[in-house]
Design a protein around this ligand. Structure first.
Ligand code: NAP
Length: 524
């Protein structure tokens, strides 16, 4: 069994008993253990602020980008080993593991390339210089963005121990902030190995990356106004962190990515067997089964015209009936287990809750023996499709995220107004997809969806074969959603840097300021 260590204050730290046990969810065999008991969180924060921060800020954006590229390469070089760990500690199929690990290296690589384009500068000019004087153009104001002087603390969810860690770290490093990353304990082994590659390889300046392998202790109590807390996880933990003193009393910037009842809407024009129809049904199946449905962006609510609901259920059921649930070590398996036994309990309780508002029309939450797994062992969950009795009056379906291979079909009357109303009942989602060739329907729906979503994917017959998957988060585009989804924003190209950079307005003599701050001529 591997004993995970934290990396803090320039050294590897082994916690004291009691240890949390990490399991292989395919067999329930213990695979690793972790503890942060005895860890000095205050020293870790001090180290980031006093060692990592200055080292990163001494570099230009382009120089930091080069380090991020190195980090991506170093991790990629150990890809096969990392994919194996994702399988053993996360219950990932090889495809699931690639989604996570390759997602991490691709996001690092993307930020390396946009960072290179920012050049050898230490701050960014934000927008144009504004003339503020009534009499001449000499007294002006402009905005600069420069890295905050604290530490970026990243608290992540169990489902993406690779991507979740590095989609946040890439942005913070490019901005010039050191990172203390805390993966969810249950799947921290993969993060530990990835951090070890960067630390042992001395890829980053000392203090730029520290790892907390285990619980967060009193880490948040150490944070102050120059620090940042970026959290991904459940709405309950998000609410606890938002209510913590570091945010309410000391104004630590907090970004929350939480639960989300994402949706997919099928337009009234789409006929069974159309390219767009096939894209839609397949997208729902992929979102339900990739990572066993444990994706924050997965489609939970399938909004289809009443007239075609039976066909969608039949075709989706047909695809799902081919899914082989079991131990990812078995080559025939196409969907692995849930990541922990506690997730399995939540899935069962969640399906029971949804059943108050909807009928199960495919599958069941009854215990499953996974293919290639020891009898009665493993956190296996079968895909379940439900059909709402009344789409506008199904509170559990709109409020309760079942983090597993589960979706609910919500029939609607084919109008854009009703589709929008149903999506909005989720009170804020990360992503909604709309599949239609009806431009009038899309025109009526699109801007009704945007206030409730961080991302909207529209698919018609001309792009059905090229569209990126509904659940795929792209570093170029905003990730995050309003309301229930946490109200956060991440990625989105350079937009993601906003969390880590202080925007300051500066007023004064145009000639002096523009020279001092190297304002490019085009923005002057
Ligand atoms: P969770 O139980 O809320 O845990 C998330 C993280 O918070 C873990 O690292 C956990 O550490 C830590 N944590 C818990 N209590 C804490 C506290 N008091 N102080 C500091 N840290 C604390 O969530 P999860 O079960 O891992 O993740 C599942 C949820 O994440 C789902 O609801 C899913 O929708 C959401 N999610 C959202 C996104 C998104 O981008 N919006 C992405 C992925 C997942 P320990 O593990 O050590 O307890």
């Amino acid at each position: 069994m591997v004993r995970l260590k934290s990396y803090v204050n320039g050294a590897w730290f082994e916690g004291q008993a009691p240890f949390a046990t990490l399991i292989d969810p395919a067999t329930e065999a213990p695979v690793a253990e972790a503890s942060t008991r005895g860890l000095d969180f205050a020293a870790a924060v001090k180290h980031a602020r006093e060692v990592g921060g200055p080292a990163l800020r001494a570099l230009t954006f382009a120089q930091r980008a080069a380090l991020i590229k190195e980090a991506s390469r170093a991790i990629y070089a150990e890809r096969e080993r990392l994919l194996d760990i994702a399988q053993v500690n996360g219950g990932n199929t090889r495809g699931d593991a690639k989604f996570d690990v390759d997602g991490a290296t691709a996001t690092l690589s993307y930020y390396a390339s946009v960072g290179k384009g920012l050049g050898d500068v230490h701050h960014l000019i934000d927008g144009d210089t504004e003339v503020l004087s009534r009499t001449n153009a000499r007294f002006v104001g402009l905005h600069v963005r420069a890295p905050k002087r604290g530490v970026a603390v990243h608290v992540n969810a169990f489902n993406f121990p690779a991507w979740g860690t590095f989609e946040k770290a890439a942005v913070a490093w490019l901005a010039g902030m050191p990172v203390i990353t805390k993966p969810a304990t249950s799947t921290a082994w993969l993060t530990y190995e990835m951090v070890k590659i960067l630390i042992d390889g001395k890829i980053l300046p000392e203090g730029a990356l520290q790892l907390i392998a285990g619980s967060a202790g009193d880490l948040l109590d150490q944070l102050g106004g120059q620090d940042v807390l970026a959290f991904t996880g459940s709405a309950n933990t998000g609410a606890t962190l938002r209510g913590s003193n570091c945010h309410t009393q000391r104004s630590v910037a907090v970004n929350v990515e939480a639960d989300s009842l994402n949706a997919a809407v099928l337009g009234p024009d789409v006929e069974r067997g159309d390219d767009v129809y096939n894209w839609f049904v397949r997208a729902v199946q992929v979102e339900m089964t990739q990572k066993a449905g444990q994706k924050c962006t997965a489609i939970r609510r399938v909004i289809v015209p009443e007239s075609i609901a039976d066909a969608v259920i039949e075709d989706l059921s047909d695809l799902l009936s081919r899914v082989v649930v079991g131990n990812p070590a078995d080559a025939t398996v196409t969907m692995g287990p849930l990541t922990t036994l506690s997730q399995l309990n939540d899935y069962r309780a969640g399906v029971a809750l949804l059943s108050q508002d909807a009928e199960i029309v495919f599958g069941s939450a009854a215990p499953v023996n996974g293919v290639g797994a020891p009898e009665g062992k493993g956190a296996y969950a079968a895909p379940v499709v439900l059909r709402a009795r009344d789409s506008l009056n199904a509170p559990n379906v709109h409020q309760h995220e079942v983090f597993g291979p589960v979706c609910t079909v919500l029939p609607y009357d084919g109008s854009a107004a009703q589709a929008a109303q149903i999506v909005a009942l989720g009170e804020g989602s990360l992503a909604t997809s709309v599949a239609t060739d009806d431009r009038d329907f899309l025109a009526a729906l699109l801007l009704e969806l945007t206030p409730y979503n961080g991302r909207v994917l529209t698919v018609d017959k001309k792009v059905a074969d090229q569209a990126t998957p509904h659940g795929m988060v792209l570093p170029q585009l905003n990730h995050g959603g309003p309301g229930r989804a946490g109200g956060g924003e991440e990625l989105g190209g350079l937009r993601g840097l906003d969390l880590y950079l202080q925007r300051t307005a500066i007023q004064g003599n145009r000639g002096v300021l523009e020279r001092l701050l190297n304002v490019p001529k085009a923005t002057g």
